[in-house]
Design a protein around this ligand. Structure first.
Ligand SMILES: [Fe+2]
Length: 389
């Protein structure tokens, strides 16, 4: 953990179940007359809440342009350019309201930049490449998971290079985030679970990394408490809005920790297997995260005691005992949520393990974030082997 650190949190948050019913008034109070609503196509098609809110928003502004965003796991730079073209042709645009999962929100944050910055989206790949301030944005997650509404990152796939590398940094933050569980109620269970596991991975990896600091650790503990205690409701009580709201807050805090301290092995492994085998990002991380915990505990890293204390205090136990119990609890949670143990259904098996290992070995810089040394060729191979048949 670091004694000297920099910490950043660059957005304003509106929090509350049903807050979005006042979205029209809020937008009006911002002085926004011409608004684009970038909505995930699944939300536009299936959310009764969207059907309720859209007319309220339309009534509050002079013009409302609706753009339905592809809800795919893998927004690409080509896709950004197509939508940017639409946005750039609007004669006036005061603000963007984005509603959707992580892909839609990442796209919206980048598109807000592309409205005010010329050229193809690929020109802005990397860190702090955007020079002109974007159109202001309100980002509203419809799943509790990626935390895109709070981070300064937006992840995209470069189809020609077959890799994910985002547009990040200054100006990639949402101006406002809205956490309102009403939006999450119509997401399919599989999406809610994948998103929830993503948030859990964010907070655990942000906790483990060598760049963690006292502030990110504080965020991690509360995010973990919220996620660990409320994730089972996705199976046991899927209609419970209060628990969904708690998951949204957990996801937000997890991501605030993540972009300040960095991620680790499970997040890193999920990128290449997402691009090449279409394993959903959150499920991929969810498959590996308990194994990452096992690996670290087996090598004597017992900081997990700090997280177990938050949800299950055992005053007389040693840090080692607590960490072993923590590892068990992570396996049990993944099992409860039905996270698969192997990657076979996406075509990753022992037969192509060498190929998959070759895809993950370039991730050594991310592996180096782990508190225990971890190599692609040996340790990632062993970890992948655990999850292939
Ligand atoms: Fe993630």
């Amino acid at each position: 953990m670091r004694d000297t650190f920099f910490f950043q949190l660059d957005n304003r948050l509106h929090y509350g179940i049903g807050w979005s019913r006042g979205l029209g008034d809020f937008v009006k109070a911002q002085g926004w007359h011409h608004v684009a609503i970038l909505v995930d196509e699944g939300v536009a098609a299936h959310s009764p809440y969207y059907a309720e809110i859209k007319p309220l928003l339309a009534a509050a502004v002079d013009s409302l342009t609706e753009i339905k965003m592809r809800g795919s796991e893998e927004p690409s730079y080509d896709y950004l350019d197509q939508v940017a073209d639409q946005l750039r042709r609007l004669p006036a645009l005061d603000g963007i309201v984005a509603i959707g999962g992580g892909s839609a929100l990442d796209s919206a944050k980048a598109l807000a930049c592309l409205r005010t910055n010329p050229g193809p989206a690929l020109d802005y790949r990397g860190f702090d490449k955007v020079t002109v301030p974007p159109v202001p944005t309100i980002c509203i997650p419809s799943t509790a998971g990626t935390g895109s509404e709070v981070t300064i990152n937006a992840v995209f796939t470069d189809k020609s290079e077959q890799r994910k590398l985002g547009i990040n940094g200054r100006y990639l933050n949402a101006t406002y985030a809205v956490l309102d569980a009403e939006w999450t109620m119509s997401a399919p269970a599989s999406v809610a679970i994948s998103s929830g596991m993503d948030a859990l991975v964010h907070t655990l990896e942000s906790f483990m990394t060598g760049n963690a600091n006292p502030l990110t650790r504080a965020l991690n503990r509360e995010a973990f408490r919220l996620l660990y205690t409320n994730l089972p409701s996705l199976i046991d009580a899927p209609g419970d809005k209060v628990k969904r709201q708690a998951l949204l807050l957990g996801s937000y805090l997890a991501a605030a920790g993540l972009f300040n301290s960095g991620s680790g092995i499970a997040g890193a492994l999920s990128y290449p297997i997402g691009v090449h085998f279409k394993v959903p990002h959150g499920i991929a991380g969810g498959i590996f995260i308990a194994s990452v915990v096992d690996f670290n505990v087996a090598h004597g890293w017992y900081d997990y005691a700090e997280l177990l204390d938050v949800v299950e205090p055992h005053p007389d136990w040693t840090a080692e005992q607590k960490s072993k119990r923590f590892a068990e609890a992570m396996h049990a949670l993944a099992d409860h949520l039905g996270v698969p143990k192997t990657l076979g259904q996406w075509g990753i098996t022992r037969a192509n393990l060498d190929h998959v290992v070759s895809l993950v070995t370039p991730l050594q810089a991310a592996f180096n974030q782990n508190p225990i040394p971890f190599t692609g060729e040996t340790d990632a191979r062993a970890m992948l082997a655990l999850h292939t048949a």
